[in-house]
Design a protein around this ligand. Structure first.
Ligand code: FAD
Ligand code: SF4
Ligand code: SF4
Length: 255
């Protein structure tokens, strides 16, 4: 299976023995038979017929997890795909109005980031559905690419190493092996975020505007533009490190 190099190193540190290119042929009473594989010219493992028997009291298969959605089969409006995943529309709603799904239970890439994103998007959809089923989804910001960032404006925060549980503790239980950050450490680490396209209230635009046309609305509430005072000079746009500001043409006056 694929793994990051650091995960492989952690496994070795914990005394895990890795048997490369081995495929389980059978699992019996107290033993596992594996077959040695060889990579073919295209890099795919092929069987060799060379077998090896390993003693084992427990076999843990840690691949190919999928959500158990069988309990939904009795709900005819909720469509399940062949792999058991739940079909949803672009608002994460199933065929049953008012029932939403996301994350591993739905088709697509299965990762924490994707699941968290589905949760956020689905929460918005649920809110819209509960309040006004006809409201359209909020338009997305244009994608901000690396060349649109003003990098010198950011602080140069170095990546920190997370603390790991002592080896003895790792081997004697199921505690988290990587302990994570304290709140202060996490906040420091988060300063490396470039916040591409999303205002993080750095106030550069407020300081830069020669007309005081950028009005602060308070922490978390961002800003209002006083268009009566704004001359369209684009200084705020130039000052914004993360390209959160767009310059758009004024609508043409109608006769
Ligand atoms: C071994 C392994 C390693 C992984 N490593 C990574 C990684 O390094 N990075 C990464 O991004 N992703 C990783 N993933 C994938 C990641 O864990 C999942 O994509 C993510 O947790 C999905 O989140 P979720 O909220 O959709 O589902 P889950 O986190 O599975 O949450 C579903 C919850 O629903 C509960 N539940 C299930 N059925 C019912 C029911 N009938 N009634 C009530 N509750 C129920 C479950 O108990 C569970 O708490 C890994 C997965 C595995 C298995
Ligand atoms: S365009 Fe110029 S005047 Fe208008 S808000 Fe930005 S900096 Fe201020
Ligand atoms: S719009 Fe840009 S410059 Fe203004 S506060 Fe937000 S991130 Fe900073």
């Amino acid at each position: 299976m694929k793994a990051h190099d650091f995960e492989y190193q952690e496994a070795l540190t914990e005394g895990v023995k890795v048997k490369w290119l081995s495929s389980i042929v059978s699992v019996g009473e107290g033993e596992v038979v594996i077959e040695q594989m060889e990579l073919d010219e295209s890099g795919f493992p092929q069987p060799t017929g060379r077998m090896e028997t390993l003693t084992a009291d427990t076999v843990i298969l840690a691949l190919g997890e999928q959500a158990d959605t069988s309990f939904l089969r009795s709900l005819p409006k909720i469509a399940l795909r062949d792999d058991g995943s739940i079909a949803v529309d672009e608002h994460f709603m199933t065929g049953e109005p008012g029932i939403f799904a996301g994350g591993d239970a739905t088709p697509g890439e299965r990762s924490v980031t994707v699941a968290a994103g589905h949760g956020k998007a689905a929460a918005r959809s649920i809110d819209r559905w509960l309040n006004d089923t006809t409201t359209a989804a909020r338009a997305k910001h244009p994608v901000v690419t690396y060349d649109m960032l003003r990098l010198p404006m950011y602080s140069d925060v170095q990546q920190q190493n997370e603390r790991a549980t002592a080896l003895d503790d790792r081997l004697s239980g199921f505690k988290e092996t990587v302990i994570g950050f304290t709140e202060n450490e996490a906040r420091y680490e988060a300063q490396r975020c470039l916040s591409c396209g999303n205002c993080f209230e750095c106030d550069q635009c407020v300081a830069a505007c020669p007309e005081q046309a950028v009005v602060k609305l308070g922490p978390g509430l961002r800003f209002r533009y006083d268009y009566a005072a704004c001359t369209g000079c684009a200084v705020c746009f130039e000052a914004c490190p993360c390209s959160a500001i767009e310059m758009v043409a004024e609508p043409k006056a109608t006769a």
